[in-house]
Structures are given as structure tokens and as C-alpha cells.
Design a protein around this ligand. Structure first.
Ligand SMILES: *Cc1c(COP(=O)(O)O)cnc(C)c1O
Length: 369
């Protein structure tokens, strides 16, 4: 069986370095907000091209804390609206509703699965405060259009970069394409820790500081609390793991790009719809998502052929039980996407033999047998 994602194999490449880095933390006697965390924040800001990076506990917290910081800064308040793609992972929506703001769902472009920039303006009201641009599957949104809409209506642009570490839009990287960006370092992401982790990147000093205080009990210095903050810190050991992985992310993203290009060139089957990169060099292929009419049939066929697949994602946020008040909404493109998408294995541990097996299986798939 070709597994969808073999994290053990992927992390084993760096086993010695990871163990050394972990040992260093153990021996330092400093386990929260130490040198590793500080060094990682600096290195990751540098990688993204931003002034600031604040390590936090996970990707959801990163997004929650950005919006919370804007509330503390007086830029947003309860009941305000944030525009967000309808076909995102639930965390993007949770970050808005947890802050008592209202997610305004916008349909994606059916070709890229990214928020359709032409459908944003019609959703803007007096209460709109931000656009949350989700760089889904590893491809950045059309940030030139999104940023110009934001400028016109005086909105913040928040990036959800949980799937797009290292991805570009023109000459800038994900994390440096709006006012602030949330990253996840969940183990399966392009830059993955060996546990949970997240970060906020930004070029705005006040925002950076507010997020930093909020994530550490709202304290400016120990036992001096300016805000009713939370405990959302990036672990010292995870920061050390991430420093090892960060050194290799560009190389890993290159391998992903090569594999994606191979799939795009060699999968030839009219029953399958392949992803359409806007610019193959900018895309970091967190996932390689194909579409077909009868997704379960295809998934079964691939499973019979020894290929594990996954679905990202089976139920759109507005049809989730958790968002009962949105259940009556009809968003045909998002619903179609959630019904038809299937992710095939794309990661750095896929061998040439496995790659060929996957292509061969897909090319012999017939939708009616
Ligand atoms: C993974 C993910 C998140 C949340 O990250 P966690 O670290 O799991 O909290 C947010 N948004 C998107 C698009 C994601 O894929």
C-alpha cells in the first residue's frame, strides 16, 4: 500500500539532527520561550520576508490571535464581518466566530479552489473589516486583486498560510502578502513540527506586540497583564524541531513541485479533473487534489490498486452541524467541490516507482466499471 503520508519516513531523514536539537533543549534547562523559540521566530520571519514572527501553540490560535489583537487595538469589534472562502478548512471560520465576528462566505474559483476575487466586492458592507485569504492546497490567492479591494474599502488582509509555507505570489512569500498571516506547523503541513505549533507573521509592530502579549496571558512583562490573554506559546522543543525542518523546506517544496509537474504531465484521463496552477513555480503543493464525478468509486478503485487517498474536505463549513445557522445556505460551487475532490499522495517520500504506480492506476481508471 502506498500510504497517503508517511510522516515517520519523512522525519527519519532528519533523525540525528532532530535528536541533537532535542537534546540541546533538554540540557539547557529552559523549556518555554528560550533561545530556540527566539531563534526560530527570527529565522522564520526572515524566511517569509517579514519584520516580525511570533510563535504560538497552533495554526488556529495564530488566526484567532490576529483577529483578537485587532479587537484589542480597536480596529474590529463584536458583530463585524470578515470575508472568507466558503470551501476552507473549518479553522479559518472558527477563528472568526470565536472572536464573535461574522464569517461572510464567498464562493471559490472552480479552477483554483481559491476565493474568487470577483465575488468579494458584492459581499462588502459597512461592517466588513477584513478579508481572510486562505492559500488553500499550497497556492496563494490572487493577492494583487485582493489587496486593491482591501485598500479601496479600508479592510485588513489576513492570510491563512497553514498550507502554503514558502509559496510565492509574484516576488513575495506567503506570510508577507497582507497585514498579518497565520501559520500552522501541524506535523503534516509543508513545514511540520513533531507536535502542534503555529506562528503569526506581520510587518506591523503594534500588531506583533499585541499578538505576543495576548499569547502569553496578555502580559507585557511577567505578572503585568495588559489584556485578558490566553496561554498559546510555541514549545521550546517544537521550535528546535522546526529550526531543523526549516533548513530543508525549500528543498522539500522543490520535490513537491517536481512531483506535481510529473502528475500534471502524465495523468491523462478525461474522467479526472486535474488542478490548475496559476504559476507552477509559486505553488508549494501541500495537497494534489483531483476531482471526479463519482469520488467514492475512484477512491475505492485506487485503494484496490494499493493507493491510499484522502478527502480535503468532505463537508463544507456551512453544512457542518457546528454551524447550524448556516446550514440553509446554498453555495453550489463549494458543495460541488466538497462532493468531488480527492487528494492523491504527494509528498517527499514518494519514490519514482510509487509515482509511476499512481499515474498508471489513474490512467486506467474508468468511471463506469
Ligand atoms: C491546518 C490548518 C489550520 C489550523 O492549523 P492547526 O495547527 O491544526 O490549528 C488552519 N487553516 C488551514 C487552511 C489549515 O489547513
Amino acid at each position: 500500500m502506498i500510504p497517503f503520508l508517511d510522516l515517520k519516513l519523512i522525519n527519519t531523514q532528519y533523525r540525528t539532527e532532530l535528536i541533537d536539537a532535542c537534546t540541546k533543549v533538554i540540557d539547557s534547562g529552559w523549556y518555554i520561550h528560550g533561545q530556540e523559540c527566539q531563534a526560530f521566530e527570527k529565522e522564520f520571519a526572515n524566511y517569509c520576508g517579514t519584520e516580525y514572527c511570533i510563535g504560538v501553540a497552533n495554526g488556529l490560535d495564530a488566526l484567532v490571535l490576529i483577529i483578537r489583537a485587532y479587537k484589542e487595538m480597536g480596529e474590529m469589534c463584536d458583530g463585524d464581518e470578515i470575508i472568507v472562502p466558503a470551501n476552507t478548512y473549518i479553522a479559518s471560520i472558527l477563528a472568526i466566530s470565536q472572536n464573535h465576528l461574522v464569517p461572510i462566505l464567498v464562493e471559490p474559483d472552480i479552477k483554483t479552489y481559491l476565493i474568487d476575487p470577483l465575488k468579494i466586492e458584492e459581499k462588502i458592507t459597512k461592517k466588513t473589516k477584513a478579508i481572510l485569504a486562505v492559500h488553500l492546497y499550497g497556492q496563494t490567492c490572487q493577492m494583487d486583486i485582493i489587496n486593491s479591494i482591501a485598500t479601496k474599502y479600508n479592510l485588513k488582509v489576513i492570510e491563512d498560510s497553514a498550507q502554503s509555507h514558502g509559496a510565492y505570489f509574484q516576488d513575495k512569500r506567503s506570510g508577507n502578502l497582507g497585514d498579518a498571516s497565520g501559520f500552522s506547523f501541524y506535523p503534516g503541513k509543508n513545514l511540520g513540527a513533531l507536535g502542534d505549533g503555529g506562528a503569526v507573521t506581520t510587518n506591523h509592530k503594534e500588531l506583533a506586540q499585541t499578538v505576543q502579549y495576548l499569547a502569553n496571558y496578555g502580559s507585557e512583562k511577567k505578572y503585568h497583564n495588559i489584556y485578558q490573554g490566553v496561554n498559546s506559546r510555541l514549545d521550546e522543543i517544537q521550535a528546535a524541531m522546526l529550526r531543523v525542518k526549516l533548513k530543508n523546506i525549500d528543498q522539500e517544496n522543490n520535490i513537491r513541485q517536481e512531483l506535481a509537474l510529473y502528475y500534471l504531465q502524465h495523468i491523462k484521463n478525461e474522467n479526472l479533473i486535474l488542478p490548475v496552477p496559476r504559476n507552477a513555480k509559486e505553488h508549494v503543493w501541500h495537497l494534489f487534489v483531483i476531482r471526479t464525478e463519482n469520488r467514492e468509486h475512484l477512491a475505492n478503485f485506487l485503494y484496490q490498486n494499493g493507493i491510499e487517498t484522502m478527502i480535503h474536505y468532505p463537508i463544507p463549513p456551512h453544512k457542518q452541524q457546528a454551524y447550524a445557522t448556516l446550514n440553509a445556505m446554498h453555495l453550489p460551487l463549494s458543495e460541488q467541490i466538497h462532493k468531488e475532490v480527492l487528494s492523491i499522495p504527494l509528498n517527499v517520500s514518494i519514490t519514482q516507482a510509487q509515482r509511476n504506480e499512481i499515474v498508471d492506476a489513474l490512467n486506467t481508471y474508468l468511471k463506469n466499471n
